[in-house]
Design a protein. Sequence first.
Length: 107
Amino acid sequence: MIAATPQPAHIHNLVLNIRSFDSIARQVWGGDAALVTLQIDTTLIRIDKARRGPRATLARQIVALEKQGQTALRTLDPGGDAMATDAISALRTSLAQFRAVLKTLRS
């Protein structure tokens, strides 16, 4: 099986999914999420720009996003709030999809 290059539209949709998480995180956690979401937002901008460029640049940005996402998962506690739990779940799913994209970029 030959791994196809991910479509820029697919990557853009993943970026939008994580931007939605950022928005919800700011509502649920307020200032506690500010630094984490700001870093993620900056990386998402870079990913969106790199999605049509060299694969190595895009791969580096996805690795950075993965690290920032893992920090967010460790830092932000759902605390029994249903909206927070859903947001964390959505972030995990989006990060898993970005990992799948990263695998296709490296193959």
